[in-house]
Write a protein that binds this ligand. Structure first.
Ligand code: FEO
Length: 177
C-alpha cells in the first residue's frame, strides 16, 4: 500500500511529466515557426519521451492501487528570444525535474517504501541523461549562435528517433518496437 503522502506526491510528478511534454511540444512549435524542422523534431521526440514518463507514473499508481488524480496543467511559454534561450530553459527545467525526483526518493526512503524507491531509480538515472543531453545541445547551439552552423545542427537533431522504453505500456496501444 502506498501512503497517502507518497501517492499524492507521485500524482504531482505525473502532472509535471505531462507539463514537460507540453513545454517541449510548445518548443517544437516555436522551432517549426522559425523553419528549424530538425530542432522541432528533437523537441517532438522529447515530448513523446515525457509522455512515456507520465505513463510510467500512471501505471505505477494503478499497480499500487492508488487513485490516479489528474491535475490541471499550466500552459507552457510560447515564445523565446533565440534557440539558445530555448535550450537554457530545457536545462533549467530538467534540473528542476531532477530535484523533484530526488525529493520523491527522499520521501520513499523516509517512509521505508522500497518498492517506490526502486521504481524511482529508473528516473534518477534518466535525469542524469536528460541533463547531459540538454547541456550538450545547449553548448552546441551557443557555439554556433547566429552562424550557418545552425542549419547543420538542425539536420543532426532532425535524425533523433523515439524508442518506446520496453517496459512502458502506452494505454495498451501496440507500437512498432
Ligand atoms: Fe521526465 Fe525530462 O523528465
Amino acid at each position: 500500500m502506498l501512503s497517502e503522502k507518497m501517492g499524492k506526491a507521485l500524482n504531482e510528478q505525473l502532472k509535471w511529466e505531462l507539463y514537460s511534454a507540453y513545454l517541449y511540444l510548445s518548443m517544437a512549435t516555436y522551432f517549426k515557426e522559425n523553419g528549424l524542422d530538425g530542432f522541432a523534431r528533437w523537441m517532438e521526440v522529447q515530448s513523446l519521451e515525457e509522455l512515456s514518463h507520465a505513463m510510467k507514473f500512471y501505471s505505477y499508481l494503478n499497480e499500487r492501487g492508488f487513485k490516479v488524480d489528474l491535475q490541471p496543467i499550466d500552459g507552457p511559454p510560447t515564445s523565446w528570444e533565440s534557440p539558445v534561450a530555448v535550450f537554457e530553459q530545457v536545462l533549467e527545467h530538467e534540473q528542476m525535474v531532477t530535484r523533484k525526483i530526488h525529493n520523491l526518493v527522499d520521501l520513499a526512503i523516509e517512509e521505508k517504501d522500497h518498492g517506490t524507491n526502486n521504481f524511482l531509480q529508473w528516473f534518477v538515472a534518466e535525469q542524469v541523461e536528460e541533463e547531459a543531453s540538454a547541456a550538450d545541445v545547449l553548448n552546441k547551439v551557443r557555439m554556433i549562435q547566429g552562424g550557418g552552423g545552425l542549419f547543420m545542427l538542425d539536420r543532426e537533431l532532425g535524425s533523433r528517433l523515439f524508442n518506446v522504453p520496453p517496459d512502458v505500456k502506452i494505454l495498451s496501444v501496440p507500437t512498432a518496437n
